[in-house]
Structure formats: C-alpha cells, structure tokens
Design a protein around this ligand. Structure first.
Ligand SMILES: [Zn+2]
Length: 174
C-alpha cells in the first residue's frame, strides 16, 4: 500500500530532510486503526529534469495485520520513474501544440533521457482522464456559484474528441 504525503518541494529537499532518517509521522493502520511501526526503507531512482537520483522510501508496518505502508513523497506517483512536474511540463507542451521532438528535448536533459514513447504514454493517460476530470471540475465550478456557460469554453462541444476535452480541461483550470 502507498500513502502520498507532502515531503519537501523537490528531490533535493527530500534528500536533505530524509536522506538518512525517516519522517516523524504517526500513521495508523487503515484496517485495524492501530499505530504503525517504522519498518525500514527501500531505494528507488527518480528522474527530474537534470538528473536521476536515488532516494530512500520509508516503510511502516502494522504488527497486527502484517500490512506494510510505503510513504511516497508527493512529487512521485507510484511506479513512475519521473517526478510529477516533468510529466506536467510534457502535457502542457503537448497542449500548446508542440511537437514530440520538441517536448522530448525540452522537458528533460539528454543526461536524463526521456523517450517519445514515454511522453506518448503520458499523453494517452492524460486524454483518458480528461473527460471525467473536466466534468468533475465543471461540476465544482457550477456548485461554487459560477454562472458562466462552461460549455462555451469547449473548443468543440458538438463533436468532441479526447483532445478537445483535454483543451477544455485546461481552459477550465485557467
Ligand atoms: Zn492493522
């Protein structure tokens, strides 16, 4: 199981704070609610724009249920090699209409190396999420008393494709 908490603004900040010792947080078991105990750490590599570093991920254990919880810093999503802001930068450039070539060359340095297929996978994932997320956000905006016709912001309400929906989502967020 993974829990994601805000631990430092960057890999470097995270390493400075938690490179040698685990964060001092009190966690309780999601099953039995008892206090979890610190349970070692494992290491994984994380790539940001300019370099790839190895960071410790700390684990906690419920001695009653036997489940372990890994505490991930919020700049990572589970199993992702790249930090979240590199992924966001790639999606934003794609939304601006930049070419794959341009995106691959600008979101990460050659030393880190990011492939077109990785960016394509992120974009596909983003398009897959855009429709449910944009409808949810539109609902929140209307719920908070916004009277504008939000569909007016939609680039193509009548014949919408996932790419149109992603553009709509961006406009709703801006
Ligand atoms: Zn438990």
């Amino acid at each position: 199981m993974n829990k994601i908490l805000p631990f430092g603004r960057s890999c470097k900040a995270y390493l400075r704070l938690y490179g040698d010792c685990s964060p001092n947080v009190e966690l309780s078991c999601s099953i039995c609610n008892r206090t979890l105990h610190k349970h070692g750490r494992y290491y994984r590599s994380v790539s940001s724009k300019y370099d790839t570093v190895i960071i410790p991920i700390y684990r906690w254990l419920c001695q009653d249920c036997g489940i372990t919880v890994s505490l991930l810093p919020d700049f990572l999503v589970p199993w992702a090699r790249f930090v979240t802001w590199v992924r966001e930068a790639a999606i934003n450039r794609k939304l601006q209409g930049r070419s794959m070539q341009n995106i691959v060359l600008t979101v990460a340095s050659p030393a880190v190396g990011i492939s077109r297929s990785t960016v394509k996978r992120w974009w596909k994932h983003h398009l897959g999420k855009a429709s449910s997320v944009s409808l949810w956000i539109a609902g929140q905006l209307v719920g908070s008393g916004l009277n504008n016709d939000l569909f007016e912001l939609h680039p193509s309400p009548a014949a919408s494709s996932p790419v149109h929906t992603a553009a709509w989502l961006q406009r709703l967020l801006s």
